[in-house]
Design a protein around this ligand. Structure first.
Ligand code: ATP
Length: 360
C-alpha cells in the first residue's frame, strides 16, 4: 500500500531568523507524484527535507504518514528513499554494492540482496554495469544507480530533489520519461522538486507552485497551465504573453476591440462584473494567425523559430511587449512582414491590473 502524507500548519524559520516557509497545509495521496515547482529559494527543498525528517517544522506543525504522527521522527524511522542532484553514491564501491548498501544496513540476507539488486539493476537498465565502479559511469548512469539504490529498500515515500538538473537536455527528457513510467509501475508516493516547468508538467499528477515560501497554487498540470490562479503562476509556468485591457459592462476592451465574456472564463467570473483595468495572460496559442478581414490585431514578425511541428513567431506592435504566437510549421512566414491574428478569447487568464506585478 502506498503512503498518504499530510502536512498541517507546517512552517519553517531557521535558527538565523530566515523564514523559509509560511504556514501551509498539503495532502499528498498514496501513490501520487507531487512536483514542488518554483524559483530558487522559494522553499521547495525545505518541504522535501521536512518530509524526509532532515528538517523539523516550527512548533504547531504536524506531519503524518497514513495518519501516524512522524513530525519528530528521524529519517531512519520514516523509511523514505532520497535521490539528489549530486548522486551521493559511494565512489569506491561497485554499482551492485551501491544498490545493495541499504539492504545490507537493513539486515537483508545475502541471497535475498543478490536477487533484489539484480531486479533493480534490470529495471533501471544498468544490469550490464553491475561490476563497474561509480567513477567509471556517465552522469545519466550514475543517476540510474542512485534511483535503483533509493528504490531497492522499498521505501514508503520516494523524494527526488532536482535529480536531472546536472544532465544534458536530451538525457533529461529520456530519464524523465523513464522515471514517470517507473513511479507509475511502483505506485509509490513521490515528491519531486524542480525549478523546470516543463519537467513539472510532464511528471506531476499534481503540481505545487511555490512563491517566496508560500503555496501559490496546487493543481493538475492542466489546471496550472490553463487556469493559473494568479499572475505569478501564469508567468512562471509556460511562456506567457501579457496585454493590458479594461473590463466595462461585462465586456473586455483591448484598445478599440471589444470582447464579450465567454464560457471559458467561468473560473474568472468574479472579474466579469468588475469595472477597471485588467492584465491579460495567454500562451503562444492564445492568438491564431488569420486573414486580414478576420483579424483582431495586426503586428509585425520580428523573429521566426522553426520548431519542427510548428513555428513560434515573435511579433511586435500588438502590445508594449513582443508576443509569442504559434503557427503551423508550413505557414509562410517572413521576418519583417505583417501578420494578422485573432484572439482565442477562451484561452485568456484575467487578473485585476494591480495584481499583475505581485512577485511575477
Ligand atoms: P533552490 O531551488 O535554489 O534549491 P529552494 O526553493 O529549494 O531553492 P530552499 O533550499 O528550501 O529553497 O530554501 C528556502 C529559503 O531558506 C532560502 O531563502 C534559503 O536561503 C533558506 N535556507 C535554507 N536552508 C537554510 C538554513 N539551514 N539556514 C538558514 N536559511 C536557510
Amino acid at each position: 500500500m502506498s503512503t498518504q502524507i499530510k502536512l498541517r500548519h507546517c512552517a519553517k524559520t531557521f535558527a538565523d531568523g530566515t523564514r523559509a516557509l509560511a504556514p501551509f497545509d498539503l495532502t499528498i495521496e498514496g501513490g501520487e507524484t507531487i512536483v514542488l515547482l518554483g524559483p530558487s529559494g522559494c522553499g521547495k527543498t525545505t518541504i522535501l527535507r521536512m518530509i524526509a525528517g532532515l528538517e523539523f517544522p516550527d512548533a504547531g506543525g504536524m506531519i503524518t504518514f497514513d495518519g501516524d504522527d512522524v513530525t519528530r521522527q528521524s529519517i531512519e524511522k520514516r523509511r523514505v528513499g532520497m535521490v539528489f542532484q549530486s548522486y551521493a553514491l559511494f565512489p569506491n564501491m561497485t554499482v551492485a554494492e551501491n544498490v545493495a548498501y541499504g539492504l545490507k544496513v537493513n539486515g537483508v540476507s545475502a541471497a535475498e540482496r543478490q536477487t533484489r539488486v539484480a531486479a533493480m539493476l534490470e529495471m533501471m537498465h544498468i544490469d550490464m554495469l553491475a561490476d563497474r565502479r561509480i567513477d567509471q559511469l556517465s552522469g545519466g548512469q550514475r543517476q540510474r544507480v542512485a534511483l535503483a539504490r533509493a528504490i531497492a529498500v522499498q521505501p514508503r515515500v520516494l523524494l527526488l530533489d532536482e535529480p536531472l538538473t546536472a544532465l544534458d537536455a536530451k538525457l533529461r527528457v529520456r530519464l524523465r520519461t523513464e522515471i514517470n513510467a517507473l513511479l507509475r509501475k511502483l505506485g509509490i508516493t513521490a515528491v519531486y522538486v524542480t525549478h523546470d516547468q516543463e519537467e513539472a508538467l510532464a511528471l506531476g499528477d499534481r503540481i505545487v507552485v511555490m512563491q517566496k515560501g508560500e503555496i501559490a497554487q496546487i493543481g493538475t498540470p492542466r489546471e496550472i497551465y490553463r487556469s493559473p490562479k494568479n499572475p505569478f503562476v501564469a508567468d512562471f509556468v509556460g511562456a506567457a504573453n501579457r496585454l493590458a485591457g479594461d473590463m466595462r459592462d461585462g465586456r473586455l476592451h483591448i484598445g478599440s476591440q471589444v470582447f464579450e465574456a465567454v464560457d471559458g472564463w467561468n473560473q474568472y467570473n468574479d472579474m466579469i462584473d468588475k469595472t477597471g483595468p485588467v492584465e491579460l495572460f495567454f500562451r503562444a496559442d492564445g492568438l491564431s494567425v488569420c486573414e486580414r478581414e478576420d483579424a483582431h490585431f495586426t503586428g509585425r514578425i520580428e523573429a521566426v523559430a522553426y520548431l519542427g511541428d510548428k513555428q513560434r513567431l515573435t511579433v511586435s506592435g500588438i502590445g508594449p511587449q513582443a508576443m509569442m504566437i504559434d503557427t503551423h510549421a508550413d505557414d509562410l512566414t517572413a521576418v519583417g512582414s505583417d501578420v494578422h491574428c485573432r484572439f482565442n478569447i477562451e484561452r485568456l487568464a484575467i487578473f485585476p491590473a494591480h495584481d499583475a506585478d505581485s512577485g511575477a
